[in-house]
Design a protein around this ligand. Structure first.
Ligand code: ZN
Length: 453
């Protein structure tokens, strides 16, 4: 009988946190050779079960002439074809309701979570009971990695319900031994602040844009961050926390140490966080294999080069993915980290999503670059939009206007400075429009930065 997740001892870690070094699981610091051996064993198990039980993966492997028994790691990984979200969506439409990429028997299914994409039908992922335990365990690891500890009062302002990260962070913080304050993202910022004060929350999870909004409301009420008990925060769901200007803005508004947090519905939920060295997102590489590939040739890029992140589930039972093409760009490093962890890092976080790439007058840039400029400017609020006109399939825009908010009185020099700084960062001149403070809508979930005209 093939190995199951249980055979890997997945249900047994979790109490292994080492208070002294602040690690949750001894696997975080094993040598790269030991890690590769573990990944190799788990990949073999996963490819075999996908071949046996998923029509989608069996067809893809057969078309590529890859027999599961031949796949050795790392040398044969590239023989497994990549899979895209579009393929999963088409497969799900052809074989409703959950597609032919489910692998575990239906009796084992415990939770369903759709992706939160803005286009097309969401792709459903299914967690088995073992998946729930495994996800809880490695999510607890990501929290400890960022500095959350047993006894923390953990305010979870990630959206609950269908969105994956609210549930997983809740389970993980409870397992870690925190008091969870499950505010979610549906309550007002006033309510968040009320709980920050009354519960004495010491740790916070939120999207970076929501964290900034809570900070704005705090300031508007004249409440100093010193009146809060916050010590540490994990900010994910959208890029931002790794951006130095955004990190500083969140840290000074809320009086905590801000850590970048990353996940994807189809893969995660959240399986990478910054450690206390804040030198990139550490992935839980014993559960998810991470590659960075050239967007055109699909060949691996050199270490440190920008590539598309591609993920393979090593332990997921319900709806595992083999070489899932994420469309997220990052630079990977396997160099030793100051924290002692050996698992791969996305240095400087996620640079951008392919879907968000803007091509304007021959220049290519991401909303994160506009964010960096806007949030470095003391005369502007942290909120912004990028208005794009007639964007075609390749992302080429006919016009591009950055809309930002003045933090103070009208001053013509602010607009000229912003225009100059954007030209220097983006490599192209874009139009700029400044509006009054509070004129752009705030969000409690993922901020939508690009507006199509
Ligand atoms: Zn580290």
């Amino acid at each position: 009988m093939a190995a199951t997740g249980k055979d890997f001892g997945l249900e047994t870690h979790g109490n292994g946190q080492n208070e002294e070094i602040g690690h949750w699981d001894p696997v975080e610091t094993v040598s790269r050779d030991e890690l590769v051996d573990l990944q190799s064993e788990r990949l073999r198990w996963q490819v075999e079960r996908c071949f046996r039980s998923s029509l989608l993966y069996r067809r893809k492997l057969e078309e590529a002439g890859a027999e599961p028994g031949d796949i050795r790691f790392p040398e044969d990984l590239l023989r497994i074809p990549v899979v895209t979200k579009e393929e999963l969506r088409a497969d799900q439409e052809a074989s409703p309701p959950f597609g032919s990429f489910t692998v575990a028997p239906q009796d084992d299914w415990r939770e369903v979570h759709p992706s939160t994409g803005t286009t097309g039908q969401p792709v459903n992922t299914i967690w088995t009971g073992t998946d729930v335990l495994t996800i809880t365990d490695f999510t607890a690891r990501t929290l400890v990695q960022a500095g959350v500890r047993p006894g923390d009062v953990f305010q979870n302002a990630f959206a609950y319900g269908l969105w994956v990260a609210g549930m997983s962070c809740h389970y993980a913080a409870a397992k870690l031994g925190c008091l969870v304050v499950p505010t979610g993202a549906a309550v007002s910022s006033d309510k968040q602040i009320e709980f920050l004060l009354t519960a004495g929350s010491t740790a916070l999870c939120a999207t970076p844009s929501y964290a900034l909004h809570i900070g704005e409301v705090l300031a508007a009420h004249g409440i100093s961050p010193d009146q809060l008990s916050l010590r540490v925060g994990l900010f994910g769901g959208e890029p931002g926390a790794e951006n130095p200007a955004t990190r500083t803005a969140i840290e000074s508004a809320l009086g905590l140490s801000a850590h970048d947090y990353y996940g994807l519905a189809e893969v995660g939920p959240t399986f990478a966080s910054e450690c206390e060295a804040k030198d990139g997102l550490h992935f839980a590489e014993d559960h998810v294999l991470v590659e960075a590939l050239d967007p055109v040739s699909q060949a691996p890029v050199a270490e440190g080069e920008l590539g598309v992140l591609v993920f393979t589930h090593l332990t997921r039972e319900g709806t595992p993915v083999l070489r899932y093409w994420s469309n997220d760009y990052a630079r990977l490093s396997r160099e030793p980290c100051a924290c002692g962890r050996t698992h791969v890092r996305a240095v400087s976080g996620i640079v951008g999503r392919h879907d968000d790439l803007i091509i304007f007058k021959g220049a290519k840039f991401y909303p994160s670059q506009v964010e960096k400029v806007v949030r470095s400017c003391a005369d502007l609020s942290s909120e912004f939009r990028i208005e794009i006109e007639r964007r075609d399939e390749e992302g080429v825009a006919a016009s591009c206007t950055v809309v930002a908010e003045r933090a103070g009185e009208f001053d013509a020099a602010v607009e000229a400075d912003l225009r100059r700084a954007l030209r220097a960062e983006l490599g192209v001149g874009v139009a700029v429009r400044l509006e009054g403070l509070g004129s752009l809508e705030r969000t409690t979930f993922k901020a939508k930065r690009i507006v199509l005209r």
